[in-house]
Design a protein around this ligand. Structure first.
Ligand SMILES: C[S@@+](CC[C@H](N)C(=O)[O-])C[C@H]1O[C@@H](n2cnc3c(N)ncnc32)[C@H](O)[C@@H]1O
Length: 248
């Protein structure tokens, strides 16, 4: 596996410096309940949490009697995920794998890819490969749930420069839209505990139509999009783009 410290622009990616703060962790139980309802998932199902991070959703699905595999590339996150599962005495298979490679033929009833964990690869074929892996890893009738920030939303709220305060300091961001409005590049400067750290990262942007087409193109027959896990319409007030797809 390619070392995760390497990236196409030679700097760390944003997800290697991601902080799973308390607020995010606390949202997971409710999010999982809503995802179960939205995608009509059932207890006992085999579920893959692709790009599981520290396992905040994996743990909640497992608590609801799903048989969970969590896949992520970041060792440190997986250690945290394993520790949490151990502490809570929950049985989850956590694997360190690249989403471009991980595939288990017709193994899962459901695959989730949550909180902007898609569109990371500079080569679009790699992002498509991820969707192909998801499709192949699902059993017939299997469901796929993905949650990203849609291009329409980014266009609506776009700010070239921005800063915000976190629990440990300040974050400054500078953004650029590239590739005919298909790619967002961000330069992030963190000022925390007296230290200044800089990261540059980029990811692809998708409109609802583009994402639906991409998901359909790998074989899914039915793809619906929503603005949240509540199942509201994807309209001009949307804050997320949630896609729910079914394999027939
Ligand atoms: C924004 S985080 C979301 C994590 C998790 N889904 C959540 O909601 O807490 C994106 C995750 O994608 C993982 N990731 C990035 N590139 C990956 C790759 N090539 N293969 C597998 N995981 C990857 C990162 O390590 C990170 O945990």
């Amino acid at each position: 596996m390619e070392d995760e410290e390497e990236s196409w622009h030679g700097k760390k990616e944003f997800w290697q410096d991601f902080s799973f703060g308390e607020e995010l962790m606390e949202k997971a139980p409710e999010e999982v309940e809503k995802i179960i309802e939205l995608a009509d998932l059932k207890k006992g199902m085999k579920l893959l949490d692709l790009c599981c991070g520290v396992g905040r959703h994996s743990l909640e699905f497992a608590k609801k009697d799903f048989e969970v595999t969590g896949v992520d590339i970041t060792r440190d996150y997986l250690e945290k995920a394993n520790k949490r599962a151990e502490n809570e005495n929950i049985d989850i298979e956590f694997l360190r794998e690249d989403m471009r490679d991980f595939r288990r033929e017709e193994e899962y009833d459901a695959v989730v890819n949550l909180f902007s964990s898609f569109g990371y690869f500079k080569k679009e074929e790699d992002n498509i490969q991820v969707l192909e892996n998801v499709f192949d890893s699902l059993k017939p009738e299997g469901k796929f749930v993905m949650d990203v920030k849609g291009k329409e939303i980014i266009a609506r709220i776009f700010q070239e420069r921005d800063w915000y305060e976190t629990e440990n300091g300040y974050v400054l961001e500078e953004r650029k839209v590239e590739n005919d409005w298909n790619y967002l590049k961000t330069r992030r400067i963190k000022i925390m505990d007296g230290e200044v750290r800089e990261h540059e990262f980029g990811h692809w942007l998708y409109t609802a139509k583009e994402l639906k087409d991409m998901i359909e193109d790998v074989g899914f027959d039915e793809v619906d999009v929503y603005s949240s896990y509540d199942g509201e319409y994807y309209d001009r007030e949307a804050e997320r783009l949630v896609a729910v797809a079914k394999k027939f």
